[in-house]
Design a protein around this ligand. Structure first.
Ligand code: ARG
Length: 461
């Protein structure tokens, strides 16, 4: 017989290249735990429904547990001839328990089998991602707490814009990560339907109980349409979209870390644990981890586009094209979990150079907007005119090589006689951040209130 699963219809075996292009065992062995869980739920249900005998069901479940132990212990001989994880497990089951193994595949197909295995895998990946995001957020909140009042320059166009606090900057990433977290939870509710029992595509005539297998595998309910059940990979696409967005957030932070850690900025110092040296230049502390976090969207965005492209235009229902879903998702899971762990570690370990941040905030005329606002508030100028007056003040300070708050009063008064000495109260960076009390603004008290808000919300979750 040419194939132990379907040899009856075939006179000869596959070409070597056929076996090579067809086999997925090298990567889908990662699904062995889910495959065994799915098969046990199925066999137990078949027994309960008297589709197979209770003895056979028990024999099958015991055999599957033996196989789980063999694979976990590295003692399982995976075979490419047996193509994928599903057939590797079933063929081994036959070796272990004999003919009863042949009853496991009653009312089932590899099409619903792989769909349930993969869903279970993505479901636990989303759960793990949510946990990793919570740890990341906790690290950011701790940094924000320590630096609620640490003044730094805020940038637009990477040009100094207005003073902000480092705590506020950290909280911006908390907002992003919490949206990522809510996307995980949202995707989990849609994913929580069990395709097992859709069989090849049409359902089955056997009196199976899909609600029982769905419940046994921890799904909320069974899927409602057998065709969609074996065709759908939305859950994988959603995971990849979430992963791509999350990786994008991490890469923005990573880029900032790279910039902040340069000697020119000197805003932060990465711990030794997250820096590397140079084999030739002894002075170097390279931010390799941050650079790799910055790079990960290359793979993760690639995975998303790859699977979207595989799925595009596929007619219902299952086609082997869909076997190309797994490597992309597995790689994205691994890349993102590494990136998140590294980002969390870097944030937790970094030392903030409060003085350097403060000094930089004082350079670049970051309080120019405060001067313009003062002219509006105290001297009644329209904002546009205040903008022009302030521009002249900046030009004068620049010409004299001093900061705005160092400009002599005579110089300011000469630019506009409506300026009084009271203006100096708004030209310092502390006064600037303290004045930004609008909801969501950078005032240190606001930052502390936001930290309290997040701590409470995350405690609830
Ligand atoms: N290894 C296959 C995959 O990952 C399992 C499903 C195969 N089904 C089939 N009808 N050939 O997609």
């Amino acid at each position: 017989i040419s194939n132990e699963m379907w040899g009856g219809r075939f006179a000869s075996g596959p070409a070597a290249i056929m076996e090579e292009i067809n086999a997925s065992i090298d990567f889908d062995k990662r699904l062995y735990g889910e495959d065994i869980d799915g098969s046990k739920a199925h066999a137990t249900m078949l027994g309960a429904q008297k589709i197979i005998s209770a003895e056979d069901a028990a024999l099958i479940c015991d055999g599957l547990e033996t196989i789980r132990g063999e694979i976990a212990g590295g003692k399982f001989a995976f075979s490419r001839q047996r193509e994928d994880i599903h057939m590797n497990v079933e063929a081994r089951l036959a070796e272990l328990i004999g003919p009863a193994a042949g009853r496991l595949h009653t009312a089932r197909s590899r099409n619903d089998q792989v769909a349930v295995d993969f869903r279970l895998h993505v479901k636990s990946a989303l759960g793990a991602l949510a946990e990793a995001l919570e740890a990341f957020i906790a690290a950011l909140l701790d940094k924000a707490d320590a630096h609620a009042g640490t003044v730094m320059p805020g940038f637009t166009h990477l040009q100094v814009a207005q003073p902000v606090t480092f705590g506020h900057h950290c909280l911006a990433y908390v907002e992003m990560a919490s949206r990522d977290l809510s996307r995980c939870r949202d995707a989990l509710t849609r994913l929580d339907e069990c395709p097992l029992g859709a069989a090849a595509l049409a359902g089955t005539g056997f009196p199976i109980d899909r609600h029982a297998t769905a419940a046994a595998l921890g799904f909320r309910e069974p899927t409602r349409n057998s065709l969609d059940s074996v065709s759908d990979r939305d859950f994988a696409l959603e995971f990849l979209s979430i992963a791509a967005i999350c990786a994008t957030h991490l890469s923005r932070l990573a880029e900032e870390i790279v910039i902040w850690a340069t000697p020119q900025f000197g805003f932060i110092r990465l711990s030794d644990a997250f820096s590397t040296g140079s084999s030739i230049m002894p002075q170097k502390r390279n931010p390799d981890a941050a650079e790799l976090v910055r790079a990960k969207p290359g793979r993760i965005n690639g995975a998303l586009i790859s699977l979207l492209t595989v799925m595009k235009g596929l007619p219902l229902t299952y086609s082997k094209d869909m076997q190309e879903d797994k490597e992309q998702v597995f790689d994205a899971i691994d890349s993102l979990s590494l990136a998140l762990a590294a980002a969390t570690g870097m944030v937790r370990d970094m030392t903030v150079n409060v003085e350097a941040m403060r000094r930089a905030a004082g350079h670049g005329y970051a309080t120019a907007t405060d001067l313009a606002d003062w002219l509006v508030r105290e001297a009644g100028l329209p904002f546009r005119e205040a903008h022009h007056v302030t521009g002249r003040a900046v030009a004068s300070a620049e010409a004299q090589g001093v900061g705005l708050e160092e400009l002599p009063f005579e110089a300011l008064h000469a630019i506009d006689p409506r300026i009084t000495k009271d203006v100096y109260s708004v030209l310092g960076v502390d006064a600037s951040v303290e004045s930004r009390t609008s909801f969501g603004g950078t005032a240190p008290d606001n930052v502390r209130a936001q930290i309290a808000y997040w701590r409470e919300r995350l405690g609830e979750a």
